[in-house]
Design a binder for this molecule. Structure first.
Ligand SMILES: [Fe+2]
Length: 267
């Protein structure tokens, strides 16, 4: 699969690291932060639309130079722990990351979640898509030990933004996971991971920061598992015949640039 140069909001850097001079690769080009306040991001000397969401700076990329066609959601910070942010580089493309939502089988085969059952199967609506599923969450190990019944609700906004809300203990425990992939070139991407935890229990505000590191470890473990899938660079052709995946690729294709369409039509 080659990069489709898809139009979307893509994470450039955590806000506290987005200082003038910071550079990121984007679809083989070079994106530079040229000012911090207000934040200005340029691609080869041309300013890109910018938005800041929950401590992360995003730039709108459209190879056809069109304006943003949707907004990213704003998350409510009240009652949640401070965000932790991790940044990693791995093989794959944003389409591979968002595809996980339509690959229902991977929740069990890749993550070891027990008895996953969709509350709402893969859906798409304009720039958004998502999945809601219940499962037993292995707290300590993938294979044994205690599990927690968890309700997982996941939503994407374009190809560069995915947020998952996990609820357990009847909603008294919640964790919120953002996965923000930014394409570096045709084969690699930078992925920013954001995490907050919330406990609706007595002393929950004091206890939640103590639990946060354990949830962060589990989050990174899950992403590590996903990275093996992302590295395979699945595409619409290899997924053809699976109803949810077919619908996913039709959704993802709407972000392909006109230039990429012309190039693939003439190839
Ligand atoms: Fe996954």
């Amino acid at each position: 699969m080659t990069s489709r140069c898809a139009r979307s909001w893509y994470a450039i850097a955590p806000e506290d690291q987005a200082q003038p001079g910071v550079e990121r690769a984007l679809f083989g080009g070079r994106v530079t932060v040229t000012a911090a306040d207000p934040t200005r991001v340029e691609l080869d000397g041309r300013a890109l639309p910018v938005c800041i969401r929950d401590g992360v700076v995003f730039a709108w990329f459209d190879p056809d130079d069109g304006p943003p066609t949707f907004e990213l959601p704003r998350l409510n910070a009240r009652g949640w722990t401070r965000s932790s942010v991790d940044t990693l580089t791995c093989a794959g493309q944003p389409e591979s990351v968002m595809r996980d939502l339509a690959d229902y089988a991977h929740f069990e085969s890749t993550h070891g979640y027990i008895d996953p059952r969709p509350r709402r199967g893969f859906w798409s609506d304009g720039h958004a898509c998502g999945l809601e599923v219940d499962f037993h969450w292995p707290i300590v190990s993938h294979r044994s030990w205690p599990t927690m019944v968890a309700a997982f609700s996941n939503r994407c906004a374009g190809l560069g933004y995915q947020v998952s809300d996990v609820r357990a203990l009847g909603g008294r425990f919640r964790s919120r996971h953002r996965v923000l992939p930014t394409p570096i070139d045709d084969r690699r991407m930078q992925v920013v991971l954001g995490l907050e935890v919330r406990l609706a229990l007595p002393l929950g505000r004091l206890i939640a920061p103590l639990i946060h590191p354990f949830v962060r470890t589990a989050f990174r473990r899950d992403v590590g598992d996903d990275m093996r899938l992302w590295a395979r660079l699945p595409d619409a052709e290899s997924d053809r015949g699976d109803e949810a995946l077919d619908r996913y690729w039709a959704w993802a294709d709407a972000f392909a640039s006109d230039r990429a369409r012309r190039e693939s039509a003439s190839a």
